[in-house]
Design a binder for this molecule. Structure first.
Ligand code: OAD
Length: 271
């Protein structure tokens, strides 16, 4: 075990209140593309044409095609050992708040899977469902009245006329994600910042930490006195103040950092 992993593991072992912030890197080993890496989504596409309210107003079909494609990619992906280890941490530790910038729903799926595993101990999956500060692709929302669908709607992108519409006001439905230029849900962000303010450990996994206000979560935790542990393949702006930086793939390193040994089928035992 290298020194950074050992230090991180020790900090996790001693922490009483933990806030975790994850980004696209936590899902990379599941096969979900990141945004800013070599093959990142924003390398070959322009966010202003696909992920803004203006783009949706101008060309809703193209925006829906892009999200239908991303949904199909995610539909074929499974939670990886990093999602599973974080879910187990949240279900077995008294004070863990999971916060994610991801819209892929993989933390939810991991929580449900691990809670099933721990059903005899009375685990409640909801405790490991993350605060989704950028929304979720597995839900839809009305672009007119804001009504939220409980799940995702089937989308036929043949033409504007076949796109899904709100049952109550008739406006177009859109994915329930936060687009560029839009405000985050203040209740969700507020809960994440509150957890950061009271944490004694902030674990930051697989994010380039350049998109605000999400990137202010570890900054606030640090200013409030928390140790900051980063898990990332590369150096990020967090290196300036992180207590320790684990350089490695989340799925390979997190189970060890969190004191869990994962078997290949994804079940885990304390190690
Ligand atoms: P990025 O694509 O900006 O960054 C992904 C980070 O994950 C990088 O720092 C990689 O080095 C790291 N990484 C990649 N694979 C990894 C692995 N296997 N293990 C550990 N780390 C790994 O993604 P985010 O930081 O999540 O916003 O991007 C933030 C926001 O920008 C997204 O939520 C999205 C995007 O525009 C919206 O759509 C509003």
């Amino acid at each position: 075990m290298n020194a950074a992993v050992e230090r991180a593991r020790d900090l996790v072992g001693r922490a009483e209140r933990i806030v975790v912030l994850t980004g696209a890197g936590v899902s990379a080993e599941s096969g979900v593309p990141t945004f800013r890496g070599t093959d990142g989504l924003w390398k070959s596409r322009r966010p202003e044409q696909l992920a803004t309210p203006e783009a949706f107003a101008r060309d809703p079909r193209t925006v829906w095609e892009w999200y239908a494609w991303r949904r199909s990619v995610i539909g074929a992906c499974l939670p990886n050992p990093a999602h599973l280890a974080l879910a187990r941490l949240a279900l077995t530790h008294d004070h863990v708040t999971l916060v994610t910038q991801n819209v892929d729903g993989l933390h939810h799926r991991a929580a449900d899977e691990v809670a099933d595993d721990l059903a005899d101990a009375g685990a409640d999956a909801a405790r490991a469902h993350p605060l989704e500060v950028h929304g979720a692709m597995h839900r839809d929302r009305c672009s007119g009245c804001g009504w939220r669908s409980p799940g995702r709607t089937d989308v036929d992108t043949t033409s504007v006329d076949t796109l899904p519409r709100c049952e109550s006001c008739g406006e177009l439905l859109r994915p329930d994600v936060v687009w560029f230029g839009e405000a985050l849900d203040m209740e969700v962000l507020g809960a994440a910042l509150e957890a950061a303010r009271h944490a004694d450990l902030c674990l930051v996994v697989g994010t380039s930490a350049v998109v605000y206000p999400a990137a202010s979560i570890p900054e606030l935790a640090h200013r409030s006195g928390a140790a900051v542990v980063e898990v990332n393949l590369e150096e990020t702006p967090l290196a300036r103040y992180a207590t320790t930086s684990v350089r490695g793939a989340a799925g390979l390193t997190l189970p060890t950092v969190l004191g869990l040994a994962l078997t290949p089928c994804g079940t885990s035992t304390h190690g």
